[in-house]
Design a protein around this ligand. Structure first.
Ligand code: MG
Length: 160
């Protein structure tokens, strides 16, 4: 077994008139995340961690914002595309964890659904992806509610 870890981080700004997509779940909130895509920071951080662990480069390299194919791509669809890349590389995801950093809304009721949807998008057994959430106690941009961030780690078996 050739174990590799990956770490991904993402943040997007909150804006009026957008659905809030996190981990593939539409979370009821007055504002949503702005982005070239749907701004799903949980999916983006996880995708970044997975690509990094597999040695497949960065999210920006793999999904350039200049490429119309990826315009408005849903986070879950982006994870699906990463899942195909991992399969091509014969990489196996052993476990992953995503932490969403948001002052509001309260995410606890949605965490298990986010974990389920992200694992499914990647074609992984339920339970492979764990999701938690935290606030920054009012500190910084996430604390002021200007945006939402996420951090993810992943452990993969990547054959040499
Ligand atoms: Mg992003």
């Amino acid at each position: 077994m050739s174990l590799r870890i990956g770490h991904g981080v993402d943040a997007h700004r909150l804006a009026e008139g957008r659905p809030l997509m996190l981990g593939g779940v539409e979370v009821p909130h007055g504002r949503g995340l702005l982005g070239h895509s749907d701004g799903d920071v949980a999916c983006h951080a996880l995708a970044s961690a997975l690509l990094g662990a597999a040695g497949l480069g960065t999210l920006g390299e793999r999904f350039p914002s200049s490429d119309e194919r990826w315009r408005d791509i849903a986070g879950a669809d982006l994870l699906g595309a990463v899942g195909v890349m991992l399969a091509d590389r014969r990489a196996t995801v052993l476990s992953a964890q995503v932490v969403v950093i948001a002052e509001e809304p309260r995410l606890q009721p949605h965490l298990s659904e986010m974990a389920r949807l992200m694992a499914r998008a990647l074609g992984l057994p339920a339970g492979t992806v764990a999701v938690s959430a935290t606030t920054t106690d009012g500190l910084g941009a996430t604390g002021r509610g200007e945006g939402i961030a996420a951090s993810a780690v992943a452990l993969l078996d990547v054959p040499a």
